[in-house]
Design a protein around this ligand. Structure first.
Ligand code: FE2
Length: 397
């Protein structure tokens, strides 16, 4: 192969095109059928989804032989299997769920009184009720209920199976009210929260690892018949490598509309899925079901730097030097961007989504973008320092 061909091939392999991903290959992949014989721990297969019995999970949790085997089965279910499992009765005690629902209702009420209708990434603000960071708010409002809730073996074992030890729990309460509208089918965090342009700036192997950096789950806080709009899912779609870029395209959306599955859930059931699974909340066409779920987003301990760094202090310290280099022409625009990348936080998360909501996209502005904009606008160092403080305050939980 000549050098030019080699260079081009590599570029095409690493930097995915917006049109990446063959639709016929996708169609073949998602037409797979789940064979119960392949999943010895599953109590049932319903609509291609694996169903586990929470009582059995709790028994196995204490069985040193079977525990790693069940967790291994789940890993395969999330990677090359259907990509989604349901644990019936993941939280067995309905009193625990009901008390948590009361806590959530009180938080929603208090936040409404403060005039805050939580912005929602995938629905119009106010159409649903949403509590950002329900994890911390729940722990601070009723610690006893919180510990009983998160004592669930199912939640801990599924998280540890997919992410390993040291996983980071986060949660958001989502209540889709009668006549609440469906979400656009999508993939989740990380790449799933980006525009196609942003996704394209990540090399192909990052498209491969984004699914193993988080696990998505939801605990049903009430019975959720299909008319209340439980999550629409497309089993096996998580394994489609180019899906982050491809799933926004009309042919993929049309295929989802026709072939998705939807499982009714009962109070205390939990659904867990690979964040790359194509999914979206359904229409709530019921007259009187306020469909409350606590969404669990569990993150890998990895993906974080070794050292903690005070980037706010660094930004404030470095800003005057960058402004001077820009004025004098000592550094090019590209070199300034390089220096900012080593200084400022370049990622929008984690943040406080109540006070730092995404504006005009799925992710709030990063410190990196804020710094570049301030430099371009010729902002004075004191004003920039104040802006850094304001942004840091907004991001704090
Ligand atoms: Fe989602």
């Amino acid at each position: 192969m000549d050098a030019m061909t080699l260079r081009r091939r590599r570029r095409e392999t690493v930097w995915l095109d917006r049109q990446a991903g063959d639709f016929e290959a996708f169609r073949a992949l998602v037409s797979k059928k789940t064979d119960p014989a392949d999943w010895p721990f599953a109590a049932a297969v319903e609509k291609n989804v694996l169903i586990y019995d929470g009582r059995e999970v709790r028994t196995i949790a204490r069985d040193l032989e079977a525990r790693p085997e069940l967790m291994a089965e789940w890993v395969e279910a999330f990677s090359s299997g259907p990509g989604v499992i349901v644990v019936k009765g993941a939280i067995a005690d309905h009193a625990v769920i009901d008390r948590a629902s009361e806590v959530f209702n009180a938080i929603v009420q208090a936040e409404k009184e403060k005039g805050k209708a939580a912005a929602d990434h995938f629905a119009k603000a106010g159409a649903n009720d949403r509590i950002w960071n329900s994890l911390q708010k729940h722990a601070l409002a009723d610690a006893e209920n919180f510990v009983r809730y998160y004592a669930s073996d199912a939640i801990a074992m599924v998280s540890e199976a997919w992410l390993g030890r040291g996983y980071q729990m986060t949660a958001q309460m989502n209540r889709v009210n009668p006549s609440g509208k469906a979400q656009v089918p999508h993939r989740d965090y990380h790449l799933g929260f980006m525009s196609p342009e942003q996704m394209q700036s990540y090399p192909g192997h990052i498209h491969g690892i984004s699914p193993v950096l988080t696990l998505q789950g939801a605990v049903a806080h009430c019975d959720m018949p299909v008319e209340s709009g439980p999550t629409l899912l497309l089993p096996y779609s998580q394994a489609f490598f180019e899906g982050y870029l491809a799933f926004g395209r009309p042919e993929f959306q049309a295929h989802f509309a026709e072939h998705h599955v939807q499982l009714p859930l009962e109070k205390g059931d939990a659904v867990f899925f690979n964040p790359a699974l194509m999914h979206g909340a359904g229409n709530n066409v019921s007259a009187d079901i306020w469909r409350m779920a606590n969404l669990l987003q569990v993150s890998s301990a990895f993906g974080r730097a070794m050292e903690s760094i005070d980037r706010d202090a660094m930004c404030k310290a470095v800003y005057p030097a960058l402004a001077a280099a820009r004025r004098s022409g000592a550094l090019t625009a590209g070199e300034i961007a390089n220096a900012i990348a080593a200084t400022a936080e370049g990622y929008a998360f984690p943040t406080n989504l109540d006070s730092d909501p995404p504006l005009g996209g799925l992710a709030p502005k990063t410190q990196n973008t804020m710094m570049a904009e301030a430099l371009a606008a010729g902002m004075a160092p004191a004003a920039f320092a104040a802006l850094v403080e304001t942004q840091a305050d907004k991001r704090r939980a």
